[in-house]
Design a protein around this ligand. Structure first.
Ligand code: SAM
Length: 363
């Protein structure tokens, strides 16, 4: 093994702060032995800091209505080949009750970005009804895009605890390339600051392997996220969607390479923020049947099993090859538990699974 990789990993093991060149070198690893050494180190640091318990976040895809037009996203407003839907409050509550009965400690409500009072009221009702139906026993994460501070405050009061808003990239010029002119990178940053001010547990992340993105950009992304001092990280590989303008932007798209890059990012994130929660995302699973387990072995400690009624899942495809389209919630719970146990970990049933980073913050 290259002596400098060994040196970086042993410095990480001794809790030394890694520098930009170190992270770039780790992201550039191509030697299989070095890759395994990186994952092994990240796994050791994960075990020491967040343990070998995997927390389930029951994912409810509440709506694919979206006012945004991100050039990579399958539910972008200009994609007219999508059957648009919004779940009723009762459908969401039913999914939440199922998750609660099955001992999921928490939920993620994700959907396209919609601004305005009607939507804000709908989410407020959803939050209140879920808490009534589940005795306030579930932690709730929202992932509903940029919202005003006032709306974020209302949702926090109605019982949302956490919020995931990806920065997508820390390079503003790259953000501009993949978004229309009126989508501002700075707004996302401001929204992340508002989330912290409103006392949310804050999660962010980036898309990995975008066209024109280098490993030094990705290292900058990780350092940027470290400096934002977030509680959770949810990042995953970019995967093209055939009905978007970016369908053919990566002519040499290679699933294995994209997967490896995603896993390297997760491992480096674990070295940089040892006590944060990190998702082994569905996008990893879209690239390989065992993608989520590999993600857990590279430093992730969270998975988001889909608990949305399968009849709506086809209409919520952010990228091609979304996995588990026809699997019902019970099948995916059993399958995932088996996979998690097969790598020597356990499911944290009935637990909220806050990150130690958040708990130590003492808010
Ligand atoms: N609308 C909300 C927002 O913007 O945060 C939440 C839903 S949005 C669809 C969730 C995330 O999906 C985005 O932050 C983006 O990173 C990811 N995503 C969208 N299209 C993708 C693609 N083609 N490949 C990988 N991830 C994608």
């Amino acid at each position: 093994m290259n002596s400098s990789i060994q040196d970086i990993l042993s410095r990480a093991n001794q809790e030394e702060t890694l520098q930009r060149p170190d992270v770039i070198q780790l992201l550039d690893i191509s030697d299989p032995n070095e890759l395994q050494a990186l994952f092994k180190t990240a796994y050791k640091i994960k075990k020491q800091n967040v343990g070998k318990v995997v927390y389930f976040r029951g994912l409810i895809e509440i709506s694919n209505l979206c006012q945004k037009d991100c050039l990579y996203c399958g539910i972008r407003k200009s994609n007219h080949d999508v059957n648009r839907f919004r779940l009723s409050v009762q459908e969401i509550v039913d999914a939440a009750v199922w998750a609660h009965k099955n001992q999921y400690g928490s939920l993620v409500l994700q959907g396209g970005e919609i601004q305005g009072d009607e939507h804000a009221d709908y989410i407020t009702r959803v939050l209140e009804r879920i808490h009534q139906a589940t005795r306030n026993e579930l932690a709730i994460t929202l992932s509903l895009g940029e919202q005003s501070r006032e709306v974020l405050g209302r949702w926090r009061l109605a019982g949302a605890h956490r919020y995931l808003l990806r920065l997508e990239t820390s390079r503003e010029d790259l953000y501009r390339q993949f978004h229309p002119d009126d989508h501002l990178w700075q707004n996302r940053l401001d929204c992340l600051a508002d989330l912290r001010a409103e006392n949310y547990q804050v999660g962010t992340g980036v898309m990995i392997g975008l066209p024109g993105q280098s490993t030094s950009d990705l290292a900058d992304d990780l350092l940027y996220i470290r400096d934002l001092d977030v509680d959770m990280i949810g990042m995953g590989p970019f995967i093209p969607h055939s009905d978007t303008p970016m369908a053919h932007h990566l002519p040499n798209f290679n699933k294995n390479k994209q997967l490896d890059l995603g896993l390297k990012m997760l491992a480096c994130a674990r070295l940089l923020l040892p006590n944060a929660n990190m998702a082994a995302t569905t996008a990893l699973q879209a690239l390989s049947d065992t993608g989520r387990e590999l993600g857990l072995q590279a430093g992730g400690n969270i998975v988001m099993p889909n608990v949305t009624d399968p009849k709506h899942r086809r209409a919520y495809q952010l990228y091609d090859g979304k996995p588990s389209l026809d699997e019902n919630s019970e099948q995916s719970r059993i399958g995932l538990q088996r996979r998690i146990e097969s790598i020597g970990e356990t499911v944290g049933y009935g637990l909220w699974g806050n990150s130690p980073r958040f708990d130590q913050r003492g808010v």
